[in-house]
Ligand binder design. Sequence first.
Ligand SMILES: Cc1cc2nc3c(=O)[nH]c(=O)nc-3n(C[C@H](O)[C@H](O)[C@H](O)COP(=O)(O)O)c2cc1C
Length: 278
Amino acid sequence: MDALEIIKKRTSVRTYEEKPVDDKCKAELEKICEEYRQGPFGSSLRFQLLDLGKINRQELQSLGTYGVIKGARLYILGAVKEDRYCMEDLGYLMEEIILKATVMGLGTCWLAGTFNRGSFAKQMKLEEKELLPAITPVGYPGEQHSTVNGLIRFGVRAHRRKPWEELFFNADGKPLSKEEAGTYRDALQAVRLGPSATNRQPWRLVRDLHGKYHLYLKETPLYNRVLGKIRIQNIDMGIAMCHFELVARQRGNQGSWQVKEPELDFPGLKYIASWLED
Ligand SMILES: Cc1cc2nc3c(=O)[nH]c(=O)nc-3n(C[C@H](O)[C@H](O)[C@H](O)COP(=O)(O)O)c2cc1C
């Protein structure tokens, strides 16, 4: 399936049907969770499928999402060992899992803030130096007009994305046109349509004079640091890398993400990584 089409199909689902996820999809998700162990920057990751139907009542009460998620019985929990790029790695791999679930017709919703982290972490039996940055429910999308979902989507203007010219630039700071992006046009569009924490869309990409793309974070420092070691906006960066790479490759641009900071002057932006063609 075309990666950009899958990316367009994904939206945050906060209300689910009671119907359990069918066994075939569940088995496939289990397999993916077992296989996804290392991110593009080398951090060690661990994903776990958690079936709330198998948990006793007392424990179940503590596994809350502050009323944000309704009806979901299955969750994917994503843990990572502390490392320099662990948040990007987690964002990258977990978004791949989310897109695979989307292909199966399942709904998901990135949660890095509104869930009881301590209780979910207990279910995962976190090891030393392991963090649980995010989880997502997985299930069949239910009635999406619940009050909580409506309030959140309205509050963060969930369907809105910043215009292209606020996100993508040439090395001289001028906006990059769609024509200039050439075969990378859809890859950039895929970044733009990605989910981000409270829909802040902190990703910026600069195309240099050699046609290389460099990813930067426009950080909201207080917001990004509110959860301590868990940097929500660095997770957003990993999601952007995943979207860019999947679509770039499908459009015939082979390459990989590497940390090789260019000498470009973009005050206020934090360098993350560069897409270097093979
Ligand atoms: C890293 C990350 C963390 C998020 N955390 C939460 C959360 O704690 N609670 C929530 O309701 N939504 C959360 N979201 C979902 C965003 O609000 C949502 O992706 C954004 O508003 C765009 O809407 P869309 O996903 O429907 O395209 C998170 C998204 C990302 C990428």
